[in-house]
Write a protein that binds this ligand. Structure first.
Ligand code: ADP
Ligand code: MG
Length: 705
C-alpha cells in the first residue's frame, strides 16, 4: 500500500494543521529542534520566512567587489600567513583574473583546514566583503576547494537563509520546509482574507507569494528581494501587519468588554484649578481635555495615548483628568519612569491640588520603612492622588478606589508593563477596572501609533503654548570647547541659565556620575564668578531636589547634569543647553534633552558638542537636530535611522519583531491593513482568529495569558 493512503485524514482536509513529525524524515530529534523555533505544524513551516538570500548564482570579479555586499568569488591562493599576535589567525590572500587580491581571514580553524589552504589552491568562496586595513577582506567566508581546472558550477536559484537554532543547519531546515511546501494547498483553501477584499486591495495569490519567497526563481531581482520590496514579500508583509493589527485590536476588545467607573463630577475642582493658573489652555490642550473627559465618563475603560512634543503642556492636561476622577470620589495613580520625573510631577500636583484641599501621596521606590507604611496607609484610606515610580504599582499597594491610572513617558515602559498595570488596578469586588491615560513626549510616528498602539486611542497636543521661540541649535567640535565655555560665561553674566549635560554611554551610573563631577570641576574653575551646580543619578533624592530647587530659583547659573534630566525637567528660565559627546546619543534622546530649554519666552540655544571624526549616522543625526525642532519630524527620522523596536523601547518584549514586515518600509500598507482588519473583525471573526494562530501562534497565547 503506498504510504500516502495511510496518512491521517487531517492531512487531506487541512495539511497546515498536521504536526511536523508527520512529514517524511522528521524524527523526534528534528521535531524537537523545530519545536524550539516554534515550528510545530506544517503551516508554521510555510510561514517560516527567509531572513535574507545568498546569491551564489554568479561569480563576482574581485575588482568589482564592494564593501558591505555579500558575494561569491573564485580565485587562487597567492599567500598564506599565520598570525598569533592576539589570537591565532589564518590570513589567506586570493587573486583572480581581475588581478586584484582579496584577504580571507579565519580566527577558528583546524589543522586540516590550514593544511588545505596552501598557495596555488583554487577556492570558491562566499561571504560578506569588508574594508580591511590592507584592502578588501572576508571574515570566515564559506568556501570550497576546486581541483585543478574544474569548471565552476554556480547555483541556479538564490539560496534562502532562514532564522534557525543551534543544531539545526540551513540545509536541513530548508529540506523540511521544502517538504512542507509540497503540501501547500491551492489558494482557495489557504487564503483567509475574503476574495473580494483581496481583489479590492490588489492582494495577489498567497500561495504564489509563499513559493516565491521560499524559492526565488533564477531571474529574481536580488536587490528587490534584499530590501523586501518584491510584490510577494509585500503580499506577506501585508498579511503579517494585518495579523498584528488584529491581535492588538482583539486585546483592546477584551479590555473594552470590562467595566470602568464613570468619572467626572460637577467640574468644580477643575474650574478652580483653571482659575488659579497664570495662563489659559491652548486650543490643543482644551481639545484633548475634552476627549479625555468624554472617554472617562463612559462605563468602559479608556485607553488613551496623549502624545505631545516636549513642552506642549501635557502635565496640566493630566491634572485636569485627575480632578475629574477626584470629583467622582475616585483615586488617581500617576506613574513616571524615573524618580526625578516623578518628583517634578509631585511638585506640580501638590502646587495645584493642595490649595483645593486634596491630598497627594508620594510613593517612590526610595520611600521605605515607616514612611512607606504611612504612605500605604494614606492610599488605603483614600488619598486622592498617588504619585511615584513603577514601585507605585508593586506589591502591597492597595487602593481604596482607583479610577484612573496615568502613565507618563510611556515609551520607556514595554507593552507588557502597560498591560500588567491595567490589571493591577482592577477591583475584584466590583469587577471595575481603572481608566488609563498614557502620556508620551516622544511623538510616535503616525505609522507606529497605528500599529504598535492599535490598542489605544491617540490624542495629539499639536500646538505649543504661545510665546515660545524655537531653540537655535548648532554643532561644535570638542576642539572648540573653550569657545563654548566662554560663551556660557558671557551668557551667565547676563543672567541666563544653562544646562551642561554629560553623556557617558557607560552602563554604570557611577561612571556617569564621575564624568559629570569632572565636568563640574572644569566649569567651576573656568567660571569662578558663577555658581555651578551638579546633579546625577547617584545622589540622594533629597540632594537632587535641593539642587533642582536652587537651579529653579535662579541661585545656580549652570547645572552640570547626567541624562537624569532627560525627561520632564521644567525650568522655564534656563535658555542654554550644552550636550557633550552628542554624537553618541540617539535622536529621541537629543530631542528630549534639548526640550529642557525653549520653555520660556527667552530665545534659547542648544550646543551639540561632538568628538570628531563623525560617523555617517552621527552626522545625519546632528544634521536633523540642527534643521528642525519638530518632534514629529525627528521621530520619523529616528524611525528611519533606527527601526521601530528601538524607537518604542519594546525590543525585548518581542511585540514588534516581524518576520517579513518592516514598519518603516511598509507604512504605506497600513491604511489598507486597517480597513481589511475592521472588515474581518466585523464579518469574519473566525478568519481573524486563524490568521493570528498562523502568524503569531504560541506568542499570541502568551500575550493573552
Ligand atoms: P510637557 O508636555 O513636556 O510635559 P509641561 O507640562 O511640563 O510640558 O509644560 C511645559 C511648560 O509649559 C510648563 O512650565 C507649563 O507650566 C507651561 N505651560 C503648559 N501649558 C501652558 C499654556 N497653555 N500656556 C503657557 N504655558 C503653559
Ligand atoms: Mg512632561
Amino acid at each position: 500500500m503506498p504510504p500516502s493512503s495511510v496518512r491521517p485524514a487531517t492531512v487531506m482536509t487541512d495539511p497546515g494543521a498536521t504536526p511536523v513529525s508527520a512529514l517524511p524524515g522528521v524524527g523526534p530529534a528534528l521535531a524537537e529542534a523545530l519545536g524550539r523555533l516554534g515550528l510545530e505544524r506544517v503551516q508554521d513551516l510555510w510561514f517560516h520566512l527567509p531572513l535574507r538570500y545568498e546569491d551564489k548564482t554568479r561569480v563576482t570579479a574581485i575588482a568589482d567587489l564592494r564593501p558591505g555586499e555579500r558575494a561569491q568569488v573564485e580565485g587562487v591562493i597567492e599567500a598564506v600567513e599565520r598570525g598569533f599576535r592576539y589570537r591565532p589567525q589564518l590570513k589567506v590572500a586570493i587573486g583572480d583574473d581581475s588581478h586584484q587580491t582579496l584577504m580571507l581571514r579565519f580566527f577558528h580553524f583546524h589543522r586540516a583546514q590550514s593544511e588545505q589552504l596552501q598557495p596555488g589552491a583554487r577556492l570558491l568562496c562566499y561571504g560578506e566583503v569588508r574594508q580591511g586595513a590592507q584592502g578588501l577582506e572576508m571574515v570566515h567566508p564559506q568556501y570550497q576547494r576546486l581541483s585543478g581546472d574544474e569548471p565552476v558550477t554556480v547555483d541556479e536559484l538564490l539560496t534562502p537563509v532562514y532564522p534557525t537554532t543551534e543544531g539545526l543547519g540551513q540545509k536541513r531546515l530548508a529540506g523540511v520546509i521544502a517538504k512542507a511546501l509540497a503540501l501547500l494547498p491551492p489558494d482557495a483553501q489557504l487564503e483567509l482574507i475574503p476574495q473580494e477584499l483581496c481583489q479590492a486591495h490588489g492582494l495577489t495569490s498567497l500561495r504564489e507569494a509563499l513559493l516565491y519567497v521560499h524559492r526565488p526563481p533564477p531571474d529574481a531581482h536580488l536587490g528587490q528581494l534584499t530590501t523586501g520590496r518584491h510584490p510577494s514579500q509585500q503580499r506577506l508583509a501585508f498579511e503579517e501587519l494585518l495579523t498584528q493589527h488584529l491581535s492588538l485590536k482583539r486585546m483592546r476588545e477584551a479590555v473594552r468588554r470590562r467595566h470602568a467607573p464613570r468619572l467626572g463630577g460637577n467640574g468644580e475642582f477643575r474650574k478652580r484649578l483653571l482659575g488659579s493658573l497664570p495662563f489659559g489652555l491652548t486650543g490643543a490642550q482644551q481639545r484633548v481635555s475634552v476627549e479625555i473627559a468624554g472617554d472617562i465618563a463612559q462605563p468602559q475603560p479608556m485607553l488613551r495615548l496623549v502624545q505631545g512634543d516636549v513642552g506642549s503642556g501635557k502635565t496640566i492636561v493630566a491634572a485636569l483628568a485627575a480632578l475629574a476622577a477626584v470629583e467622582s470620589g475616585y483615586q488617581v495613580a500617576l506613574m513616571a519612569p524615573t524618580e526625578l520625573l516623578a518628583e517634578q510631577h509631585l511638585n506640580h500636583f501638590r502646587h495645584w491640588l493642595t490649595p483645593l484641599g486634596l491630598e497627594v501621596v508620594w510613593l517612590a521606590g526610595k520611600v521605605t520603612g515607616k514612611a512607606r507604611q504611612q504612605a500605604l496607609a494614606r492610599v488605603a484610606a483614600g488619598a486622592q492622588v498617588v504619585i511615584g515610580t513603577h514601585a507605585l504599582m508593586q506589591e502591597g499597594v492597595a487602593f481604596a478606589q482607583l479610577g484612573l491610572v496615568i502613565v507618563d513617558e510611556q515609551h520607556r515602559f514595554g507593552v507588557q508593563q502597560r498591560l500588567s498595570l491595567r490589571d493591577k488596578g482592577a477591583d475584584h469586588e466590583s469587577g471595575l477596572v481603572p481608566h488609563q491615560l498614557v502620556l508620551t513626549a516622544t511623538p510616535i510616528p503616525r505609522t507606529l501609533a497605528m500599529s504598535a498602539y492599535a490598542d489605544l486611542d491617540v490624542s495629539a497636543i499639536d500646538e505649543l503654548p504661545p510665546g515660545r521661540t524655537p531653540v537655535q541649535t548648532i554643532a561644535i567640535s570638542n576642539a572648540r570647547r573653550f569657545d563654548v565655555i566662554e560663551r556660557i560665561h558671557a551668557a551667565c553674566l547676563e543672567g541666563r541659565q544653562a544646562y551642561w549635560v554629560c553623556t557617558l554611554i557607560e552602563e554604570s551610573e557611577q561612571l556617569r556620575a564621575q564624568a559629570a563631577e569632572v565636568a563640574h570641576a572644569e566649569l567651576s574653575a573656568a567660571l569662578a564668578d558663577c555658581r555651578i551646580g551638579l546633579i546625577h543619578g547617584r545622589m540622594k533624592p533629597k540632594e537632587k531636589q535641593a539642587v533642582m530647587g536652587a537651579f529653579k530659583a535662579g541661585e545656580l547659573s549652570v547645572l552640570v547634569a547626567t541624562t537624569v534630566i532627560e525627561v520632564g525637567v521644567d525650568v522655564p528660565n534656563a535658555s542654554l543647553m550644552v550636550i557633550e559627546n552628542s554624537e553618541r546619543l540617539g535622536l529621541a534622546q537629543l530631542h528630549q534633552l534639548r526640550g529642557r530649554v525653549g520653555r520660556g519666552a527667552i530665545a534659547s540655544n542648544c550646543v551639540l558638542l561632538y568628538q570628531p571624526p563623525l560617523g555617517q549616522l552621527a552626522r545625519e543625526r546632528l544634521q536633523v537636530m540642527r534643521e528642525t525642532n519638530d518632534g514629529f519630524r525627528i521621530a520619523e527620522k529616528d524611525l528611519e535611522l533606527r527601526g521601530p523596536g528601538e524607537v518604542l523601547g519594546t525590543r525585548q518584549t518581542g511585540q514588534l519583531s516581524f518576520r517579513i514586515a518592516d514598519l518603516a518600509r511598509d507604512a504605506h500598507l497600513l491604511p489598507a491593513v486597517q480597513e481589511v482588519g475592521a472588515h474581518l473583525l466585523a464579518r469574519h471573526p473566525q478568519a481573524a482568529e486563524r490568521l493570528i494562530t498562523r502568524w503569531i501562534g504560541g506568542a499570541a497565547r502568551f500575550v493573552h495569558a
